[in-house]
Design a protein around this ligand. Structure first.
Ligand SMILES: Cc1ncc(COP(=O)(O)O)c(C=O)c1O
Length: 353
């Protein structure tokens, strides 16, 4: 027995982020199973070797999986592998890559980002075309990659056709497509199709595949779908400080997540809890759901007084101070009772305000 002390209430859950949830018990079990004995380091272990098969089953025979430490690292490694030093990446103005990664792509990757307008978090082929020019201009960082987030930072989900249209437009001018898939499982659950249908099959070249918002403890995976679209994967993780010496523990988690249906069970549940919340608050006077609920996030507007009072009891973030928009996120471990208690509190505070 250890002398470990529990310093939190394991029954307390909020609506701030799926990152706030713990580790799914099946993932913890997988880490324990992978423990003991010695295994080769830096990815030459039995778990990482088998992970290739797991990802190929989901993404197709050409897929190659490269575990890294986190989502920002996955984006930085992916985009470096997809660009030359003089090239740039088109992304949504609202993307995590652009707004919430402390300029890691720029600082660590040395990559110029070209942000564009993206209503509800989604880019369109036409908006991308506005920045897709100037490859022969020595004064302009040449656009080489379109980076999409699926599901988006605003909780919306590109349809298969929308993704296909973006890939077609990008490829027509020699550009490549990267998906920041921090919540790719939530997208698959929403779309009701496997990963391959809306990535490999529509022409996506590289995916930053996320599991940490879906019950994984540590690590995400760069999944190269088109090996012709990348260079230097052998070296880039190390030079970007993303090569894990004890990689077996990252890989074992992703085997547990993806070998069976844990990824889908967890993401479908999180999405269902967001829908339940939306349905419960939609008709409350003083609450306006302001974006389509297509994954595990609800964006709503309510009075600042009501928000402040709710935050005394429930953890969640104000998304936009100016407009009073808030974000409520659900996770694999959010219960119906959590949602119902929160909805009751929202009704009370919004009504009072
Ligand atoms: C869409 C998206 N991409 C990437 C990340 C980055 O993940 P990390 O914090 O693990 O670097 C996040 C984290 O919240 C995210 O929401």
């Amino acid at each position: 027995m250890t002398d470990a002390v529990r310093r939190h209430d394991p029954d307390q859950r909020g609506f701030a982020s799926d990152n706030c949830a713990g580790v799914h018990p099946e993932i913890l079990d997988a880490i324990a199973v992978a423990n003991g004995g010695h295994q080769d380091s830096y990815g030459d272990d039995a778990y990482t070797v088998n992970l290739q098969r797991v990802f190929q089953r989901h993404f197709g025979d050409r897929a190659q999986a490269f575990p890294v430490f986190n989502g920002t690292g996955a984006n930085v490694v992916s985009l470096q592998a997809m660009t030359d030093r003089w090239e740039s990446v088109i992304c949504a103005e609202t993307s995590h890559l652009n707004t919430d990664e402390c300029a890691a792509a720029e600082r660590v990757g040395g990559i110029k980002l070209l942000p564009i307008d993206a209503p509800d978090g989604k880019m369109s082929p036409d908006a991308i075309s506005e920045q897709a020019f100037g490859w022969d201009n020595p004064h302009r960082a040449a656009p080489r990659v379109v980076s999409i987030t699926q599901t988006t930072e605003l909780g919306t989900c590109y349809t298969v056709d929308e993704l296909a249209a973006i890939c077609e437009r990008a490829h027509a001018v020699g550009m490549r497509v990267h998906i920041d898939g921090a919540r790719l499982a939530n997208a698959a659950a929403t779309l009701g199709v496997g990963f391959k249908v809306f990535t490999t099959d529509v022409g996506v070249d590289v995916v930053s595949f996320g599991g940490m918002k879906n019950g994984v403890m540590i690590g995400e995976v760069v999944v190269v779908l088109n090996p012709d679209a990348v260079r230097g994967m052998l070296h880039l993780r190390k030079s970007s400080m993303q090569l894990d010496s004890k990689m077996r523990f990252v890989s074992a988690q992703y085997e547990a997540l993806l070998d069976g249906d844990l990824w889908l069970r967890s993401a479908s549940h999180a999405n269902a809890m967001a829908r339940r919340l939306e349905e419960s608050v939609r008709s409350i006077a003083g609450v306006e759901v302001v974006r389509p609920v297509e994954s595990n996030a609800v964006f709503a507007r309510l009075s600042k007084v009501a928000t402040a009072r709710l935050q005394e009891r429930f953890h969640f973030y104000v998304w936009d101070e100016a407009t009073g928009e808030v974000r409520w996120m659900t996770a694999f471990d959010t219960t119906e009772a959590d949602v119902d208690a929160f909805a009751t509190a929202i009704s009370k505070e919004a009504g009072a305000a």
